[in-house]
Every structure is written in structure tokens, then in C-alpha cells.
Design a protein around this ligand. Sequence first.
Ligand code: HXC
Length: 509
Amino acid sequence: MQEKLAQLAQYRSKIIAGGGPKRIEKQHEAGKKTARERISLLFDPDSFVEINTFAGSPDLDNLQYPGEGVVTGYGTIDGRLVYVFAQDFTVAGGSLGKIHAEKICKVLDLAMKNGAPVIGLNDSGGARIQEGVDALDGYGNIFFRNTLASGVIPQISVIMGPCAGGAVYSPALTDFIFMVEKISQMFITGPQVIKAVTGEEVSMEELGGAYTHNQKSGVAHFIAKDEEECLAMIKKLLSYLPSNYLEKPPLFAPQEPPGDPLELRNIVPTESYLAYDIKDVIKLVVDGGDFFEVQPLYAVNAVVGFARFAGQAVGIVANQPNYLAGCLDINASDKIARFVRFCDCFNLPLVTFTDVPGYLPGTEQEYGGIIRHGAKILYAYSEATVPKVTIILRKAYGGAYIAMCGSSLRADVSYAWPTAEVAVMGPEGAVNIIYRNEIAKAENPQEVREKLIAEYRAKFANPYISCARGYVDDVIDPADTRKKIIEALKALAGKRETRPQKKHGNFPV
Ligand code: HXC
């Protein structure tokens, strides 16, 4: 027995050694950790259980690909079960062959069966070239499972090295993508192919680095300065999420936000053309002032992220008047719609803060399909059956008023601040249309226009018409916002709402 145990230990240590000291050193020199180092930083101490350690060639004395280039298993993060796969770049560049893919598929199957989130740590040269079509089939099997798992368990992808070619589509099918500055790269075709095909020259970082995908393409959701920060951010994200679609997110101890709620009365300028930072409002109403923003660098005219009210996790959606006046454009529509759908999948109530002058006008937006993209927000909010609370801070004009979870999209509770202006369009635009002749004929058109704008504002641009019609439940003192949201969420805790049975809707994409 002793002999057999010694042999087992020897075989196991060979696999744990991955691609060996030289390749591990190269990995470290590049500012990267190994797959096993990443796992041990991510999971609670001693909680990780590896599965299929010996998958691959049975000739353990002459291993070509220790662990087949991927470490898989499960463990706990803050005491909760989580499944993981971590590609090992030190073994054939983390390239994906048949058994590598089977190990990942098994983790995805187990995560779904046991209702636990799955995290993929990607660091790979893509399809293992030597395995040809078997590698491609492996990817296909992963994509299929990512799709099945969508909406069942949270799926988190972390890019900690190269992720190229079709391999990018597994992360793209998951809920969130994390990238690390300088070490993460995602692209369909690399710089050399691009140069050969189009003549365009672009660096790897410019093409598919962390900033490119967090700022320009919107492919990624989070950016970290190094791997440690990235792993800490993943743990924070998980703290807001339930383990699966049948559960509610974990409840935390309530925490008052720092700052005086009376400050809320002075943040939003009454002059509707003046800007302010919506995050100043959010931080004054959520637990501990702690707002975990998703896609903070992309489509910044919209703000989405997680926070808590009295310990209960919610998804927050808001317009950002500091940028493009908070207009909804193509990218903001995509950003909001995807976030709303995620929250609805995983039982996170939606709290919406509205200050929106409308959808962004212009040929660029029209040609880009703002109609198609804007429809996504309408669809996402309409389809969502989680508790929905909407607070209108200032402008709520036209289609964008509806899109920001107006009562017709089934907001359960809708409040307005006294500064709210709910109307078909802003006074300036409205007056130009409805009083065009009167202004044109006037002796002093500018003066008449100003007067009509003031009249329109007084008559229509306020919250009271909407209250009178029952579209808004009440006008509230901004200082009471947190209290009113907590009250509403408590009342909605047992909300049950259904939609017509169907195979699935045809979401506008
Ligand atoms: C087999 C691979 C590999 C691959 C890397 N390696 N990629 N082995 N299949 N796809 C091996 C290398 O031979 C090397 O082995 C080791 O991994 C480390 O690679 P290096 O090139 O030394 O590392 P580095 O200089 O850091 O460059 C990393 C890289 C480069 C940029 C990822 O290796 C590269 O360009 N690889 C090929 C990428 C690619 O075209 N993949 C196919 C994409 S198409 P040794 O033994 O020397 O250490 C695809 C289709 C998926 O993935 C379709 C899904 C539908």
C-alpha cells in the first residue's frame, strides 16, 4: 500500500506541477498567476475540491498535457458553493482539446445540477491545433451548455490572458466578463490576420485589451488593475447574487448611508439644462453608500449596478445627466436592457432613477438602429416580473419616460420628486411645435417663445398631472427617498406576477 500511495502522490504532484517551473516562471514574469494560484486566491482556504485531476492520457509516467491544461472543481467563496474551471497556460498554452473541453462541460453540468454559480478563468491560446475538429466540437459543447445555464445559475467569465478566435464566444454567452489591465486580450482575429486581410495595423492591446472592451465595445463589464483586485471584485459581485434562479440573493445587515439625507434636496438643479452626477444621489440612498457599478466605463450616459436597501440586494438603473444629458442612445439601451434581464433572471428587484430628456436624436443613431436597440429596454422592463420601483427625479420625457420603467411597463411603485417634469417632450421642443405659427407671427418672437415656454413648463412639466392620472403614486421629499424605497421593497417582497405561456419571446436583438 505504501508503495501505491507514494506512486499516487508522485502522479498527483506531476499534474499539480502543470507545465513545469520554466513555464510557471514565464507566467509570473508576465504578471500572471498560475491556474492553481488563482483558484487558491479565489476560494475560501482549504475549500477547493479538484475533479478529474487525472483526466487525459493514462500513461502518467509520460504525460504530455498534465491535467489537459485546465483545472476544474468546486469550493466555497464566503461560505457559498461555487464551481470553477481555470485554464492552465503553462500546459500547451491552455489550449483546448477534447478532454479539456469535457472537463469544462462537466463543471457546467454539475453547477447547473447543484444550483451554484460557475466561474471560468480563461487563459488560453484557443483550439488545440493538434486536435483539429475535436477541439472545435469541444467549444461547441461548451457554448451549448453556457446557453442552457443562462438564467439558471450566474455565469462569470474572467479573462486572464489571451482569449482568441471562436473561444471568445463562451465568455460572451455568460453573464459577466472581467478583464485585467495589460494581461487580458479578447479578439476574433489577431493583429497579424487583420493586417493581412485589411492592411490595418493595430496592437494586441489596442485591439482587444481590457480598456478596449470595457470602454469601446461593451463586451466586458469590469476592469481590474491586477489579478488580486480582479478576484476580490468577483467575490464582491457574488455577494449580490443568489446561487441560482430559484433563490433570493443573500440578506446582509442593514447599513445607513453616510451623509445627511437632506443633501438630496440640493443635488438635482431645478434648472433642467444643468447637469449633476446621479451617483451622488445613489450613494446617499443605498446601504453604506456602497454602489457596485457594472460597466462603469461604457455608455456612461446610463448607470447600472448593484447595491442594497436595508440589507436586500437590488439592481439599480439610472440616467446620468452628467453625460449626453442622460439621453438613451444605442449603447445605453443595450447596457440597460441586458442588466435588467440579468436582474429579472436572478430575483433582484429593480430600482430605477429617471432623469432623461429622451432618446438621442441624429442620423448616426437612426442609421445605427436606435429603434431596434431602444426597443430592448422596453422589452426587458416589460418582461421583468421582479419588484420594480421607479423614482423620477427630474426629466421624464417621451418614449424615454416609458423606457425608464414607467408605470405602463408595470412599475409596481412609482414616485416623483417635486422637481419632476413628466411630459411628451421638453418645453423648448414642445413650444416650437405647438406654437410655431404664433411665434412666427409675433413682433418679438424670442420674447413670445420664452413666455410660452414658461407657461408650458408651469402647466405640463411637473409631476402632478401624472399623479392625477395615477401614473405616479406620490410626490415625495427627496430626503425621504431611501425610506420610501425600503418601504416599497418590503411591501413587494412576496410579489408574484406571471406572463403568458410561450416557448420564448422574440427579444429585439
Ligand atoms: C496548441 C498552443 C496553442 C494552440 C499556444 N500553444 N497556442 N498549442 N494549440 N492553439 C502552445 C505553444 O506552442 C507554446 O508551446 C505554448 O502554448 C505557449 O505559447 P507561446 O506562443 O510560447 O506563448 P506566447 O508567446 O505568450 O503567445 C501566446 C499566443 C500564441 C498569443 C496565444 O501562442 C498564439 O498565437 N497561439 C495561437 C493562437 C491561435 O491562433 N489559436 C487558434 C485560434 S482559433 P511550448 O511547448 O513551446 O511552450 C480557435 C478556434 C476556436 O481557437 C473555434 C471555436 C468555435
